[in-house]
Design a protein around this ligand. Sequence first.
Ligand code: DAH
Length: 316
Amino acid sequence: MPEKIEEIRQQIKALNAEYAKIKTLPVEERKAFGQKINHQRQALEQQLLAAEAEAEDAAVEPIDITAPGAANKALPKIKRGSKHPLMTELSRLLDIYSRMGFDIIEARQLDDEFHMFESLNFPEGHPARDGYDTFRTEEGFIPPAHTSTMQYRALTRFKSNLDKGGQIAVVIPGRVFRNEDVDATHEHTFYQCEGVFVSKDANMGQMLGVLKQVFEVYYGQELNIKTQPGYFPFTEPSVEMLIEKPKALGGKGDGWLEMLGMGMIHPNVLKTAGIDPTEYRGFAWGGGIDRLAMLKHQLTDVRYFESGKLEFLEKF
Ligand code: DAH
């Protein structure tokens, strides 16, 4: 192919030399002669372009554009994605709740003062507000610091269940945000799952029974649980629930892990949502999904979850 191009180039060169002859010709012949070489030159230039295009095409390896990606060697290797470990653990948890009869609603990623504080019995100026390290947008919105911001919505949305003689049983997964110094055990963005249950006779025994069962199904083994006193303005009494580290995860009957904050829903919270606390009682709980996933996969640094690092994500 390059020889052909070279040949045409030589012909063009030879033809260029012909132009010099024009001056030597009688004036009346000059025009016709000039036109003749112009035509020849144009034809040669076209041939040159065609030959160059042909040479270029020949240099490209043909590809089968109908071949599927992975089989097409001409394309970069396509990596298959995988589910994020947090979402895998969250799905397993929600599946357990759903089989127990809980409704599932999703939390918001932007909320307001009322849902973050007032509806949860933190009046203005309440010191416990400071404990939640809340971010605020310039417009005064709040990226929720916990999924409890959804309690008011869950209560009002499912209140009609109570009027029909039923109960409220709902879990609410969501992404939450805290203005915290980030280290191996603290992240500014993480996931929680909230639970709300209301009936005529809800009590702490039911609450601990339900949650013990949820964790036993999740870890696939019997567990020991215990509570310690806690404080949340939206529950009274408030406790923290701990589980003994599961044997399946190397536990030897020693370490206790704090899994949930929980308690009986404060009468003010029920009242604000339009539910009569003298007629109904409720319990609520909330805990981190990151903690479940870290424990399950024996991870020591929570920051990996939000890092977007492929070498981490590819392990799952
Ligand atoms: N929202 C609490 C937190 O993030 C956890 C919590 C405690 C949720 C008690 C509840 C509850 O629903 O009743 O620290």
